[in-house]
Design a protein around this ligand. Sequence first.
Ligand SMILES: [Mg+2]
Length: 471
Amino acid sequence: MFNATKEELIEFETKIHDLFEEGDLPFLTHLCGGNEDQLIEVFKDVEEGDYIFSTHRTHYHYLLAGGKPDVLEDKIKDGDSMFVFDQKLKFFSSSVLAGCTGIAAGVALSFKMQNKKNKVWCFIGDGAEDEGHFYEAVSLVEGWDLPCTFIVEDNDRSVDTSKKDRRGKDHPIKWPTCVRRYHYTPTYPHAGSDSGKWLKFNQDVLEDHKKKRDRTIFQLNTLSHLHDGVNIFFVKTDYLHHFFHEYQDYDKPITLITGNSDYPILDKMVDTAPSCITRWWGQAINTDSPIVSALPYGIENSVHCHLGEHLGYGHPGGAYKAIVTKTPPTRKPTKDVYANFSETTYKGRPRVAELCREADHITYDIQSVCTDRPYKAFVDNVLDHKMVVCPRGNAPAETHRFWEVLYLGRVPIVKYKKGIAPFLELPVIVLDDWDKLLDLEFLEAEYEKVKDNPTDMLDISYWVERVRDHG
Ligand SMILES: [Mg+2]
């Protein structure tokens, strides 16, 4: 396997070095360099389907394993330089010293037991060579003749300590044949760059990372923690009738939080509400009542409502969605508009689907029936587009998809509905007619207008404060 030239490797790492030097990479990064020729030789023996275990210094390994430079750059910019993983390439890494050695031996054992022809390649530094964990893995591989090769990348330093200083002598340790060694003089220090200056990290980059890290996504069940049973009540919309009956004569003002249902809040429901309800925050709002305000659909609940799962079920698949939408990968879109929705959820959707099929600038990924496709593929597609078509579903205005797209940093396209109005300060394109989907120039102009709109509403604290303030 051979996927990057020496020049490409150096060019890539120089770019990462420069990003670090400029303060645009506020993470600990271990740069590669000086071992291009040796690694290219090693990777000539690596074949498709082989497993590769890397170290804390992953960049060259990943590129030589066939990893794309832009994908790696995004991972590094997300702070994942030491944690590069790629299931497709069978590429793993660990920043724990010698952390992969036992796992590599285990995978090799599994290959042997299954009579598979694949091999395992496990890289370690000369610092990891001192670890007992490595000795155990070598013993297992050697003893059972497992298809695993350990490659000691010997740069004569463990952080900054030479072998002689660590071991008393500088002689190479004799390992069995499953261990290969190459020597090299590293271009860069153990970590960071070589400037020796105090780096001043770019404030915008820091703020951006901080915003992402600190942001808590909106899941309605989180608001159930505001329920105090005295002044604030969390009620699933389906049970409103019962709740109204029970609290008809209640003598304290109530702030009501409702949702977790496709039932909209209509004028006639507000009319039957007891007078003690002075404030009402709800999903799927379709009323002009001055006491009622809209809450987002947000991201599907990943944990049950703490008052009981009958008030809000936490979906098992929601956990992954919650992680991805909280910390979406950094990636630049390469295409314009993405359309991925089920035609069956609402009667207006087939017409929107038809328009999406017609437009060349829209990536058409619509199924006539709801299918359970991997969420990761959906996320990859959304990230690859600037805008995503988000027609309404059973509920009167927005959908979970609308919010997923926003959390992933992309712009949803919706048709105007009363229920969408409270969310229009977000980066959203609102059409008065779906026919506008055919006009790419119009969409691009709208995109430029809204793409930098504020996103405060994506943090649940925005809503918590508002619900409390108006309590
Ligand atoms: Mg070393």
